[in-house]
Ligand binder design. Structure first.
Ligand SMILES: C[S@@+](CC[C@H](N)C(=O)[O-])C[C@H]1O[C@@H](n2cnc3c(N)ncnc32)[C@H](O)[C@@H]1O
Length: 249
């Protein structure tokens, strides 16, 4: 079993949906849906759909588009199916590295915060390309390991290497397969009223990551929190990078 099999299994999907989605992922899903809407796709594949927060936003923005939302872990999709019920949205278990769809089936593949988990990112990007029509687009959103939030959390949860790996794979293996890459970055606004609310959120997320409560509550983390709060006026934004690969303009 790979890490991503075990990470998003068991009782995790319900907890993920309850704790992480409202706190962390919903605002990004709205961004993704708005940007996808501008591309007017009719046949969308979502990989690593998780508990369906992006699926729901995509369907809200593009109600007549047919959406196939897939994920490696069926329990995540069970949560997703509770969230969205529509004849235009279908959920299906699928490994993004080995998609059970024919060549050229979709005009948009969306992957938000999933590619970082692919054990073989080359295969993942190649599969997305294969199932896209020649005119199709691949939309990938990944957080960036920088900014005020990162500066604090790197003391107990440093994601620099995993983010770097995801970005390198996009640059090396996805970009050459498409004629254009429109890159956008945006910073999701985050604010915490005080250290305790920051720590409570980090501790709620702890089950999905490899850190401990003690590590979150360490004096050095508190110091960085206060330093960052003073420097950025109480904002702890998390930057995200979007790559939208497509045909030549
Ligand atoms: C952080 S969640 C993101 C979920 C969703 N896209 C969102 O933004 O809330 C990562 C998801 O990637 C899925 N995943 C990991 N490896 C995968 C793979 N090889 N193929 C498909 N999904 C995978 C996990 O099961 C999990 O649901």
């Amino acid at each position: 079993m790979s890490t991503s099999d075990t990470l998003f299994a068991g009782s995790i999907p319900a907890m993920y949906d309850r704790y992480m989605v409202p706190l962390l992922f919903r605002p990004y899903a709205e961004q993704t849906a708005q940007r996808a809407q501008a591309l007017s796709p009719m046949h969308i594949l979502e990989t690593a759909a998780g508990t369906g927060v992006v699926t729901e936003a995509l369907h809200g923005a593009l109600p007549t588009a047919e959406i196939k939302a897939t994920d490696l872990n069926p329990p995540m999709l069970q949560e997703a199916a509770r969230r969205v019920t529509s004849p235009n949205v279908r959920f299906e278990q699928a490994d993004a590295l080995d998609l059970p769809f024919g060549d050229g089936s979709f005009d948009l593949v969306v992957c938000q915060f999933g590619a970082m988990f692919f054990p073989d990112k080359v295969k993942g990007h190649a599969e997305a390309r294969r199932v896209l029509r020649p005119s199709g687009r691949l939309y990938v959103a990944e957080p960036l390991a920088r900014g005020p939030h990162q500066y604090i959390i790197e003391l107990f949860h440093d994601e620099t290497a995993v983010r770097k790996g995801a970005a390198e794979a996009l640059a090396k293996f996805a970009r050459p397969q498409f004629a254009t890459d429109q890159i956008a970055t945006y910073a999701e606004k985050r604010s915490y009223s005080d250290f305790d609310s920051f720590a409570a959120r980090m501790i709620a997320n702890m089950r999905f990551n490899g850190y401990t409560e003690e590590a979150v509550l360490a004096p050095a983390v508190r110091r960085r929190f206060e330093e960052t709060r003073a420097a950025h006026g109480g904002r702890f934004d998390q930057p995200v990078r979007i790559d939208c690969f497509g045909p030549a303009a």
